[in-house]
Design a protein around this ligand. Structure first.
Ligand SMILES: Cc1cc2nc3c(=O)[nH]c(=O)nc-3n(C[C@H](O)[C@H](O)[C@H](O)COP(=O)(O)OP(=O)(O)OC[C@H]3O[C@@H](n4cnc5c(N)ncnc54)[C@H](O)[C@@H]3O)c2cc1C
Length: 440
């Protein structure tokens, strides 16, 4: 029996899934699968990782949904090339379908899997699913990605057709006739068998946010004290438990500001695909020599939320406790690290990568480089936000701060780790010198 394999990665859902819909129309019965990739998992600093448990729960849900529909869902713990070598030898595979992934490791991995498939006379098809426009679909007049978000967004909105946001009929096609029933399907690995502990952090339901929240989004998004200040759907977009098209349709109908934020997401994914070097290096080569101070004690104080700046500390404590922090607190924390403390943006990027439930390389790198003023798209290097003014603007009655920093206002709360005025001037002097040297 010839079969088609469908490889889930960042698309852990049956509905509105471009690659899955295409696989189900390939003419061969489909076996969906997931690989717990040791190339990624072995690098995690802890065996107690909420993202791994989240993925595990979704894979088990997909397993149940596939069984109910009359098929087999496979899951493996290993390295993709080894897993596919085994599958391509064991079964008569006509094609491997999947959805595109734009991270540097993923692009390399997929090229290798496509070559392996070809050696076994199978085709490898990757479809666009997690963004609206990918790769070279939306370049500037120079033939390169736009360097300002404003021009990217304008071009994005001009190019958008209704069909770009239409759902793919994967759920409708997911029926017993189109699914393969394997005589001996291997058992899926458990978390314990992979050496991970169960660790669940709270996430919102994987459904569209309430209409009222979306309507008010532009008014509430900068108030971290409100739990419903923003959609909190980033984790679902990260793992594809929600389709970006459905959230975009809702935003398009109800709130242009939310649509603009989602366009940022497309933009950063495109930028990482074009400039994979930015995963670890500043975009601007001449700005790779900024003399960061990299004081380890100050970095530890930042990580633990003990800087003496309440908005920064509240954010870092929320991150440590929940795996989430609101955008405004991300901006305050990141700006403080790279400007006030003059610590390399990569230290902060790494810390967020270890802690954020919604961690996404393209979004994290893009935003950190923007904050540090050294990215493809960058905030002005001389902009050094005052954490105190930010607090007064965004958390004027200290709701957020009191929730996460209960000792705020008492003698036990630390004094500021550095004086704002002094740190601001130091950042400006250092970055001005770096920019001047870069221009020579
Ligand atoms: C230093 C820093 C690091 C960040 N790291 C990540 C990360 O690893 N993963 C991640 O998903 N987001 C990251 N962001 C972007 C943003 O903070 C989060 O997407 C957002 O806070 C998630 O909450 P939400 O879903 O309620 O967002 P909402 O405000 O409800 O926005 C809806 C969606 O729009 C997108 N979006 C919103 N703001 C941004 C933004 N600034 N850039 C790109 N997309 C955006 C997200 O997909 C988000 O889920 C980072 C921002 C900063 C400043």
């Amino acid at each position: 029996m010839k079969i088609t394999l469908f490889w889930h990665r960042r698309d852990l859902r049956l509905h509105d899934n471009a690659g899955l819909a295409a696989a189900l129309q390939s003419g061969y019965p489909v076996v969906p699968l997931f690989i717990y990739d040791r190339e990624i998992l072995d690098l995690l600093p802890s065996r107690r990782d909420a993202r791994v448990t989240f993925i595990y729960d979704q894979v088990e849900r997909l397993g149940q949904e596939t069984a109910q529909a009359g098929g087999n869902f496979l899951a493996f713990y290993g390295r993709p090339l080894g897993v596919f070598e085994q599958l391509l030898t064991q079964y008569e595979v006509a094609a491997i379908y999947t959805n595109e992934d734009y991270e540097p490791y993923a692009a390399e991995r997929d090229t290798a899997v496509a070559a392996l498939a070809q050696r076994h006379s199978a085709t490898f098809q990757a479809l666009k699913d997690q963004v609206i426009f990918a790769k070279n679909e939306l370049l500037g007049k120079s033939g390169k990605p736009a360097r300002t978000f404003g021009s990217y967004r304008k071009a994005w909105l001009e190019k958008l057709q209704d069909s770009d946001l239409q759902p793919h009929p994967s759920k409708e096609l997911f029926t017993a006739e189109r699914l393969a029933r394997l005589p001996e399907a291997p058992a899926r690995p458990t978390l314990a068998a992979m050496g991970f502990e169960e660790f669940r952090q709270e996430v919102p339901a994987n459904e569209l946010p309430a209409e009222a929240l979306v309507r008010n989004y532009h008014l509430t998004r900068n108030t971290p004290g409100r739990v419903d200040s923003s959609t909190r759907r980033s984790v679902h977009l990260r793992f594809g438990t929600l389709s970006v098209r459905e959230l975009m349709r809702q935003a398009q109908a109800l709130n242009p500001k939310l649509l603009a934020e989602l366009i940022w997401r497309d933009y950063f994914m495109m930028l990482l695909w074009h400039y994979p070097i930015t995963a670890t290096e500043s975009f601007e080569p001449r700005l790779r020599q900024v003399p960061y101070r990299n004081n380890e004690a100050e970095f530890t104080a930042w990580c633990e939320g003990r800087t003496g700046y309440p908005l920064v500390d509240a954010g870092m404590r929320e991150l440590n406790a929940t795996g989430y922090l609101p955008n405004r607190a991300r901006i305050a924390a990141a700006g403080f690290l790279v400007k006030h403390l003059l610590i390399d943006w990569r230290w902060g990027d790494r810390y967020f990568a270890d802690k954020l439930l919604d961690y996404d390389m393209s979004q994290n790198v893009g935003n950190w480089q923007w904050m540090a003023g050294i990215g493809v798209v960058a905030a002005p290097w001389f902009r050094v936000y005052s954490p105190q003014s930010q607090l007064e603007s965004y958390d004027p009655d200290y709701t957020y701060v009191k929730r996460w920093v209960p000792e705020f206002g008492t003698a036990t709360y630390p004094a500021p780790i550095v004086d704002h005025k002094f740190a601001r001037q130091r950042a400006i002097d250092t970055l001005r010198a770096a920019y001047r040297a870069a221009a020579e």
